[in-house]
Design a protein around this ligand. Structure first.
Ligand code: NAI
Length: 473
């Protein structure tokens, strides 16, 4: 039992990736740490985001493999899906990881308080609404890591049955037969992909004229083509007007500003996430919350209040990715320890989207590089010619490398690596290093890729950038 007035070197509000990484890293440095968490440590990523979504995507992948097994001479008949089993498996995976994390925190003597944390003046943190409600503790440093929640849309009240966000979707026991997914960003594309692979009729509704607008256009085009081939329908440049539920049972009619309405069993709203800052900071501190509700922090994760840091999705203007939260946590702790620290370079963080085909990238897209006035040299190599991809029977996709033009007109420093295709989320490492090491194409081209491996496509793309590829012109 933690008593009111207890002092810690670091008090963290929020136990998601940003918060628990802060706690583990600070504790590893010998600091005393408390986390205030309203739900379970692990946060959105472990309980309502990355991990559960990838479990379902894996179910979709197994289903696809089983359906395609005849190509390998293995006949199993038409597979059937018991989605509740996948749901239970997901819960078991999440629970194991949760217990592992709780054990790690305990092992490092991190105190976990249950409830909502509010920052008060003087780096005091008050706990409300949980088992530890009423407790007030003090930190020499405080880290705000309260995370984010799904954004919703006016006219589309979330009821958990006909209209859901990722929160509710990831707890479903059975899949609907038809779904309209609103928003074709990372979440929308992952959900559309897995739902379609598992047999649902999917319509992807997007306000902009393209899907995955944060990705390189060539990469997004491959995903778009693949989705279309698999029967996903698109309503791009669409404005959602409202939803009329069926009188009985789930589902209803989704109305758009233009074009025919969409009759659907379920609407999944995936139009971004907003920060969870309601009640996070009391009057009397200098912490600034911007007009969209995000905490304002500098590149060292410092807020405007001395010795108060902020990390993860609660900070505005940075990618809402678990691994970015981890990296920011390390920056904040090093900064509070007075150690030399390199801030996160948001232009070069790795991205991984687990739809089928997978997407992974780091650095600038071709369009971004040009918009910044860089003269670029670009090479693209499709996976079609890769022997491992042929063996896997999964050849859709490409690797694209964007390099700055060198003074001699050839390829210089690599500024962006973009991949779409089989297992690219596990292949990005070399590209990520190339971009972040500011390596030139000639330097990276010297490295050998094992044969036969999917990574040869990256190697070949870089080799071709030097002007002489083995297979690629
Ligand atoms: P997002 O911001 O990536 O995409 C939202 C999409 O919804 C955009 O394309 C936007 O134009 C569209 N949109 C917004 N309002 C709309 C409207 N009224 N009607 C139709 N379309 C509308 O947000 P998303 O996909 O919800 O993900 C939230 C955050 O979580 C993002 O920062 C994302 O990068 C991150 N995330 C990353 C994953 C990954 O890297 N594998 C997986 C899941 C989430």
């Amino acid at each position: 039992m933690t008593t009111t007035g207890a002092q810690f070197d670091v008090v963290v509000i929020g136990g998601g990736p940003g918060g628990y990484a802060t706690a583990l890293y600070a504790a590893a440095a010998g600091l005393s740490v408390a986390i205030v968490e309203r739900d379970k440590v692990g946060g959105t990523c472990l309980h309502r985001g990355c991990v559960p979504a990838k479990e379902f995507l894996e179910t979709a992948s197994v289903y696809r493999s089983v359906r395609g097994s005849a190509e390998f001479g293995i006949t199993v008949g038409e597979p059937t899906l018991e989605f509740s089993v996948s749901q239970s498996r997901k819960n078991a995976v999440v629970d194991r990881l949760f217990r592992g994390l709780a054990g790690l925190l305990k092992g490092r003597k991190v105190t976990v308080l249950a409830g909502n944390g509010t920052l008060l003046p003087g780096r005091r943190v008050r706990v409300t609404e949980g088992v530890d409600a009423g407790t007030e503790i003090v930190g020499r440093a405080v880290v705000l890591a309260a995370g984010s929640v799904p954004r919703t849309l006016p006219g589309l009240p979330v009821d958990g049955r006909s209209v859901v966000t990722s929160d509710e979707f990831l707890d479903l026991d059975r899949l609907p037969e038809s779904v309209a997914v609103i928003g074709a960003g990372a979440i929308g594309c992952e959900f559309a992909s897995l739902l379609s692979d598992l047999g649902a009729r999917v319509t992807l509704v997007e306000a902009l004229d393209a899907i995955l607008t944060g990705c390189d256009a060539d990469v997004a085009a491959v995903v778009h083509r693949s989705f279309r081939k698999r029967g996903i329908e698109f309503r791009l440049g669409a404005q959602v007007k409202g939803f009329v539920p069926r009188p009985t049972g789930p589902g209803g009619v989704l109305h758009l500003a233009e074009g025919p309405e969409i009759e659907t069993d379920m609407v999944v709203v995936s139009v971004g996430r907003r920060p969870r800052t309601e009640g996070l900071v009391a009057e009397g501190t200098a912490v600034v919350i911007d007009e969209r509700g995000f905490v304002v922090a500098d590149r060292y994760q410092r807020t405007h209040e001395p010795s108060v840091w902020a990390v993860g999705d609660v900070v505005g203007g940075t990618p809402q990715l678990a691994h970015v939260g981890f990296a920011e946590a390390i920056v904040a702790v090093k900064c509070m320890l007075g150690e030399p620290v390199v801030p996160v370079d948001y232009d070069r963080v790795p991205w991984a989207i687990y739809c089928h085909p997978e997407v992974a990238f780091a650095g600038l897209t071709e369009d971004q590089a040009k918009a910044r006035g860089l003269e670029v040299v670009v090479k693209k190599d499709p996976f079609g010619g890769n022997s491992r991809a042929q063996i896997l029977g999964d050849t859709e996709g490409l690797v694209k490398v964007v390099a700055e033009k060198a003074p001699d007109g050839g390829a210089g420093r690599i500024v962006g690596v973009h991949m779409v295709g089989p297992w690219v989320t596990e292949q990005l490492g070399a590209g990520y290093l190339a971009v972040n090491w500011e390596a030139t194409a000639a330097e990276v081209a010297q490295f050998i890729q094992p044969h036969p491996s999917l990574s040869e496509t990256f190697g070949e793309t870089v080799l071709a950038l030097t002007g002489r590829g083995l297979h690629l012109g």
